[in-house]
Design a protein around this ligand. Structure first.
Ligand code: FPP
Length: 217
């Protein structure tokens, strides 16, 4: 969800206004994905690197999450969507953690889709965490076992990854799981990403030829 800051700057607004608009886009996009019966949706809401932003911006993001999470997560529960997270939640204020943990707990049995929220997430950290768990187990792991040591545990690898805002890089996102993901880098700044852009990406995805290293049969 890249481009919130630039979207705001172009309108002579503070960066946090871009994040606020970004939350609206996130909710609309997530709703549309589940309405389309996409079973797993991940949003990269806060990376380990985002912690290095000015305190004022980090606090503004926390405040936004505090403001919106209750309503957003209650809405997910109402739509029968299971909420999970990836990343180290211990970094977040206790009040926010309580809201998130409660949503995860309450939605555990929901079967209408899974929303995975990446919060204080970084793929290198995730991989190292899994390696250390494997070392503790004391025996060699195969791909299947290793995948279960990642935050994504029971989730399939992403079929499609979209990054808005014009940069063509993964920025520490699902580096292990994205081995065969279809990547889309779109110029639209996140707050301006709408149904039209989502459908364009989905149509192009549907037309791509996924061979997973094999030859076409
Ligand atoms: C990147 O834009 C976006 C983020 C660092 C934050 C994304 C977070 C949200 C949309 C809000 C999450 C809130 C909830 C309730 C889950 P940027 O600031 O890097 O934009 P720029 O590249 O234009 O500066």
């Amino acid at each position: 969800m890249d481009g919130n800051g630039r979207w705001a700057k172009r309108r002579f607004l503070p960066r946090k206004a871009g994040h606020r608009e970004g939350v609206k886009t996130m909710r609309a996009t997530v709703d549309e994905c589940f309405a389309l019966k996409i079973p797993y949706v991940t949003v990269y809401a806060f990376s380990t690197e985002n912690r290095n932003r000015p305190t004022e911006e980090v606090n503004a993001l926390f405040a936004l999450m505090e403001e919106y999470f209750n309503e957003f997560l209650a809405d997910m529960l109402q739509k029968n969507v299971r909420v999970v997270t990836m990343g180290d939640l211990s970094y977040f204020p206790q009040s926010l953690r309580t809201i998130i943990e409660e949503a995860k707990q309450k939605s555990k049995a929901c079967s209408g889709g899974t929303l995975n929220i990446a919060l204080n997430y970084g793929a290198r950290n995730e991989i190292l965490r899994a390696v250390n768990k494997a070392v503790q187990e004391g025996k060699a792991v195969d791909e299947e076992r290793f995948a279960r040591l990642l935050y994504t545990v029971d989730m399939p690898d992403p079929d499609l990854i979209v990054r808005t805002g014009g940069e063509s890089r993964l920025s520490n996102f699902m580096l292990y799981q994205s081995a065969y993901s279809e990547l889309f880098f779109v110029k639209t700044l996140w707050p301006a990403f709408g149904k039209k852009q989502l459908y364009e990406v989905l149509h192009e995805y549907a037309a791509r030829d996924r061979r997973f290293g094999k030859v076409k049969s």
